[in-house]
Design a protein around this ligand. Sequence first.
Ligand code: SPV
Ligand code: MN
Length: 639
Amino acid sequence: MQQRIEETNGYLEAIRQKLDPKNYSKLSTIKIPTVHQFVLESINLCNPEKIFVSDDSPEDVAYIRRKAIETGEEKPLAVPNHTVHFDGVYDQGRDREATKYLVPKGDHLSKALNQIDRDVGLAEVKSLLKDSMKGRTMIVRFVCLGPLNSVFTILGVQCTDSWYVAHSEYLLFRPGYEAFTKAHPTAQFLRVLHSCGRLNESMISVDHDKKRVYIDYTDGVIYSVNTQYAGNSVGFKKLAFRLAIRKANQEGWLAEHMMIMGVRGPNGRKTYFAGAFPSACGKTSTAMLPGETILGDDIAYIRNINSVARAANAECGIFGILQGINQKDDPLLYKVLTNPAEVIFSNVLVKDGKPYWLGMDCELPKDGINYTGYWWKGKTDENGEPIPPAHKNARYTISLKALENCDPELDNPLGVELDGIIYGGRDSKAYVPVQQSFNWEHGIICYGAALETETTFAIIGKENMPEINMMSIQDFISIPLGQNIRNNLNFGRKLVKQPIIFGVNYFLRDSTTGEYLNSPRDKHVWIKWMELRVHSDVSAIVTPTGLIPKYEDLHVLFRQVLNKEYRKEDYSKQFTIRVSENLDKIERVEKFYREKVLDTPEELFAALNQQRERLIEAKEKFKMNYIPPEYFAEENSLK
Ligand code: SPV
Ligand code: MN
């Protein structure tokens, strides 16, 4: 104890030389020596001219907002409280190549994960961070992931030289300063050190070839440098998520890339679902379906509380994709994006103080300012390719509470009881639009672990490449992949009441014309069907890949939810079981887990094998490769 106090004094004493009395006082109110140590080491490494410690007071929040504009990291737009931020041309998404785990000697991560020797990586990233804040201010911010004062709470501290990053965090995370001041000196917390690196006159990071995002899971620290894109720089989003997955693994809970929503059923009933979808596969748009409530759109913590699965949102805001958002399909979000609630737009087209994005259902201006600077229709990049007016991955950052349909349980320290879990990929060929698993194990393995998707613009690199994205956390997982499957299997086995697992696929295409078989709005019908299934209000048809809806039930729901006449032939096409495509999928999944994952549980191969056998049996029985849903029998009776 004596030694710890001396150490505390040592760090604080050294910090005192570098901070003005006001900022020093904010920091010294916190009694956690490791906080002081982290701040001091960050100062010593990055060498900022000034240090600003935010205590989350309204003045501090307003100051951060003002500085973001004063420095030019954000520009005000015509609507009050709206700003725009631009990221560099090479910094428009999460950067898989630049993002690596620091692996200490003797430790092994799955081959599928990008990694580097810890000593080598630390030396590299620290050399890039050296003096990176010279002449600038380092902002120290405290956040709370999950509701405050809750079993879900994880504390975090970030040192960054970006006012935009600090501002975004106010919208995205619950304030953590007060919790830090009350925490025990030995409290555990996550740490993020970020620097934009060298900036050009437009305040954009220029050294993109030296972009590095390194995750030191040994010490719970994230280093991010020469990048501004929020997915790489707002450390508490996807980067801390990786550390949360590790913590969850050690402590027996689940940290998931999932939205959480309340779905209304008959007689005022509300049922909570969590849903995992890879980036840009419909996660946020599902969570925001009109008439339902949104509790989270990206990261869910799920715990076993009294043998029931309960979920909380790690965040309290949204960093969402703008492409395709319009007044007709997204009325509530559109309202927030056009009214004076606080919004940070990024990588949109700006003309006369108004933001524009792709698919917003209005004519876009012929010129303006975008992520490439001044833009005009016909502007091309260095390869002669036309530059779109706004980037596909243009985003908005808002607080969830700005939305009228924000769920009232957002800050409930006990989270909400989960009745359903959804896995959704981007699969043009095999899986039907919605199906229910036979049981927990089948759902975890055949929908979760087998989740495949085609790559999208949310990640830098080639689009439309099929790949396995286990439970949609492949990009974020920092524990052996097989272990993650085992954790999920075990989590369910300890529950008295297991959530029902569903698989959805919004991207199924016609096998001959290549056209999508569903409209984006159909997902609302699927979710209402899932809600009814959770309560055993409708029966289902048993197919080799899962339980699918009956035509009659969907017909009613299409009428109720979308006021649309649902045609039998559309149902038949959408819910036809495509045997060879499903067998190919099983092959790919099996190959991935045999070749890339060393610790795959045998149960995974067994469950895939059973699915294969069911498919082959059906093919032989009906003597066809495409089996329409009418060929399969209804489950015997309601559960
Ligand atoms: C995603 O891409 O999954 C996002 C945005 O939610 S990012 O912060 O980039 O991860
Ligand atoms: Mn996400």
